[in-house]
Design a protein around this ligand. Sequence first.
Ligand code: HEC
Ligand code: HEC
Ligand code: HEC
Ligand code: HEC
Length: 186
Amino acid sequence: MGEPRSRTKKFWRWLKKPLLLGIPIGIVLVVIGLVGFQGVMVASNMNAFCFSCHLKMDTIVQEYKASPHYVSDDKVLATCADCHVPHEFIDKMKVKIAATADIYHMMKGTITKENFEEHRPRLARIVWEDMKASDSGTCRHCHSGENFDLSKQPQRARLNHEMIEQRGETCIDCHAGIAHKRITIE
Ligand code: HEC
Ligand code: HEC
Ligand code: HEC
Ligand code: HEC
């Protein structure tokens, strides 16, 4: 009787050593975390998620709905996340972590429909800088190869696009305001 009990105790003492217990639990948590995180990522990429805050606090959703990438509720050429969330996983994490700051601002009610125009230049600048830094990576994710065939474009577009590389330009240099009210600053 005494033998197995003390063996159990020994086992528990061994298991309770922080390091030995910590490693397997840590691995399990990381695995659960990653699986859960991917799920959150997919759900949060849906327009409905972005709309949930931006409908109340600004005019961004209405502007998007009047833009060329939105055809109807059933036909959307690009979602909010398609343009704003980079495709690489690590970049996604960075964006999501930065988005927790958004949640803080939202709860504080810093931005409202009334004062949005005062905040807009600051926010637009963040987006432009991100897009310039990534060479408009989210745009190019869709507009490349067959989907960006210069020979099939009208002359005006083709002439502008032919020289992009030589001139060191990127999509957002010319297509600012593609989804939202056009603003000029700087
Ligand atoms: C919990 C509310 C909330 C949700 C959900 C939300 N946003 Fe925001 N968003 C905000 C707030 C608040 C700001 C303003 C942050 C600030 O003042 O710096 C903001 C700012 C932005 C900006 C401006 C640039 C920047 O990085 O701050 C972009 C772009 C943006 N959101 C896109 C999105 C997209 C895309 C989604 C869906 C994937 C989304 N938002 C979901 C509240 C939200
Ligand atoms: C999820 C895919 C996707 C993303 C991301 C995307 N687009 Fe598009 N875009 C399309 C499709 C599809 C069309 C319609 C077919 C076409 O013109 O190629 C379109 C059309 C356009 C047009 C023509 C609009 C008009 O007036 O008819 C422009 C300009 C454009 N996109 C620029 C951009 C820019 C700039 C970005 C990045 C800020 C971007 N797109 C991001 C898919 C996308
Ligand atoms: C030097 C400025 C400039 C740059 C840089 C630029 N564009 Fe354009 N783009 C234009 C102009 C001008 C048009 C024609 C618009 C019109 O006629 O209304 C156009 C048209 C388009 C169209 C519509 C083409 C069609 O078939 O009608 C798409 C899509 C587009 N651009 C996407 C992009 C993407 C993606 C990038 C980045 C790879 C980009 N553009 C970079 C100036 C530019
Ligand atoms: C076709 C790509 C595209 C789509 C789709 C798109 N955006 Fe944007 N967004 C941009 C660009 C580019 C900017 C930078 C400012 C500009 O040029 O209009 C921007 C700027 C913003 C800003 C900063 C305020 C401003 O006016 O500049 C917010 C907030 C934002 N987007 C949220 C959203 C949300 C939420 C959605 C979906 C309802 C969305 N965007 C859909 C391309 C897009």
